[in-house]
Design a protein around this ligand. Sequence first.
Ligand code: ZN
Length: 337
Amino acid sequence: MHHTTSPESAPESPAVPADDPRAAAAADELEARAPSANAAVPNSEGLRLLAVHAHPDDESSKGAAMMAAYADAGAEVMVVTVTGGEAGSLLNPAAAEVPQCHRDLTGVRRLEMAEAAQALGVQHVWLGFLDSGLPEGDPPPPLPFGSYASLPLELASAPLVRLIRRFRPHVVTCYDESGGYPHPDHIMSHKTTLEAYHASGDPAKYPDSGEPWQPQKLYYDRAFNPGRFRALHEALVAAGIHSPFGERLARWDSDERPDWLTHHEVTTQVPVGDYLEARDAALRAHRTQVEPDGFFFATPNDFLREVWPYDDFVLADSKVETSIPENDLFSGLRGNA
Ligand SMILES: [Zn+2]
């Protein structure tokens, strides 16, 4: 997260009491999802996946282990970062002591992004739009002139259409209609990805942006899956480890449930247990944005491998037949498999 303030990052304490029926439900769910010891994504040579993200660092906090897993399995995986993250702040006190981070934060973030892409084994492309920033205040101030989220949909979508027609992905991932986080660039990247996903195969649309190519599946990232946080919370409490998720879960269960937390059911859980360290390395590469001992590292990887060794996704559209639940984003696209 590159934002100056995060309503979801306060330190927290346990909240759901053990005798709560939700706790029992979570335990049942946990049992039903017990992973097999050697779960892994299948060989994926010849398949391509495009992940659309709003800012540098979003790719490392949402679906990063999934991308590392598919890249390692032979797929071509490309991250496209829509904006340069110019409006980001220095969120790591250690980085605030480095003069270059003040002189040229955008430049530093480009280097961080390159390091993260290398850690995940993915290709990376910038679309070059201007970060809209997170408007704060009531009412919020207008978006900066020319910023990504202020642009007309077609203008903001055309470069993504061109990229899809050039890279020819079978699968595209993005955020859901809430942005997954209430930032104007996240919401705009959802809109442009939908527009590009549906238009790229149509020769009548964006005729100057390359040969038509229709991606076959569209997924929404579900990094903020309440079921996942609940399972991790219950397991941490049961193991006597401090859980950072309690207050968040209580809020999500209450009337204060934030309206950006959509109700999409997870359809697809990609096994990523072997790629959590790659995800950590990618996150740590964004050292201006991520504290090395911060929220994202609150749950030990060995614990994640036992309790929730998945990245979670919602199938939003499919041109091929597939059956839900899935454990593979390319399911239905693997010949006769
Ligand atoms: Zn972002």
